[in-house]
Design a binder for this molecule. Structure first.
Ligand code: CO8
Length: 258
């Protein structure tokens, strides 16, 4: 049984973590396969977004602890690095990456969701950091990503306290989710979002994603310089002309990514 399913739905690729018997825990192999798959989609003009979801009752219960306990220290480090490389690959992808979160979203699974650009959850999803009670560390980048998303005080509360497992209400209140919807509507909502993304230009989306991801933590002048450097080349592209032409011709633009 393959641990990662790939299905194309119009301009979206749905990647489904398919280890339901292990609550979709991330083995090193699964993390590396996901990274390679997401990287391979970067140059696909027919793909505008990637939806990540989980098979069964979990989005992802974190790093594979059964694999982890068998590994020597260097192997444990490599397993953690595979997870962090997966998060970096998602953050660097020029595609919009949407998490469609069902059920348990723990540790590395929460980090996987945080690395995505947009997060929709099924009501009943649970989020948390078990590694804080396992004597470990949220090593998939949560200590970096979470404070940037929700502020350091809230991030510390989630890391430090017994309240480190939260439901959708709190995740919504903290701005971690775009929305929480009934389970049977989750994929339709994620696909609608993917459909909405189709109307934006691919080059513009990739540039604005990079500016938001990198610019937020730069001093103002550097952020402006980055913003201008990303924006300037777009103005010479045929998609830029097409966007304006389509506006005046009152039709949907036909993007080429050039
Ligand atoms: N790894 C491997 N197998 C898992 C994992 C996991 N993370 N989580 C669940 N499973 C397996 C269970 O062992 C069980 O398998 P089996 O049937 O063979 O015993 C099966 O999935 C179903 O699980 P449960 O029977 O436990 O299901 P419940 O509904 O009773 O409980 C829970 C669900 C609460 C989610 C429970 O399974 C649980 O606590 N799982 C562990 C969660 C966890 O601690 N995840 C790891 C977090 S640490 C992490 O991700 C680190 C990221 C960064 C790396 C940096 C260094 C730490």
């Amino acid at each position: 049984m393959t641990s990662l399913l790939l299905e194309q739905k119009q301009s979206a690729i749905v990647l489904t973590l398919n280890r339901p018997d292990a609550l979709n825990a991330l083995s090193r192999e699964l993390a590396e396969t996901m990274s390679e798959t997401i990287r391979s989609l970067a140059s696909r003009a027919d793909v505008r977004s990637i939806i990540i979801t989980g098979q069964g009752k979990a989005f992802c219960a974190g790093i594979d602890l059964k694999e982890r306990r068998q590994l020597p220290p260097e192997g444990k480090w490599e397993q953690s690095r595979a997870l962090w490389r997966l998060c970096e690959t998602i953050i660097a992808s020029p595609k919009a990456v949407i998490a469609a979160i069902n059920g348990w979203t723990l540790g590395g699974g929460f980090e996987l969701a945080l690395a995505c650009d947009l997060r929709y959850a099924a009501e009943g999803a649970q989020f948390g950091w078990p590694e804080m009670t396992l004597g470990a560390y949220p090593g998939g980048g949560a200590a970096i990503m979470l404070p940037r998303l929700i502020g350091s005080a809230r991030a510390k509360e989630l890391f430090f306290t017994a309240r480190n497992r939260i439901g959708c209400d709190k995740a919504l209140a903290y701005g971690l989710l775009q929305d929480a919807v009934p389970q049977d509507e989750l994929m339709a909502v994620a696909l609608q979002c993917a459909h909405d993304i189709e109307s934006t230009s691919p080059l513009g989306l990739a540039a604005v994603k990079e500016s938001v991801n990198r610019g937020a933590d730069l001093p103002w002048d550097e952020a402006v310089a980055l913003d201008q450097a990303l924006r300037r080349p777009l103005e010479g592209t045929s998609d830029y002309e097409e966007g304006i032409r389509a506006h005046f011709e009152k039709r949907r633009p036909i993007w080429t990514g050039k």
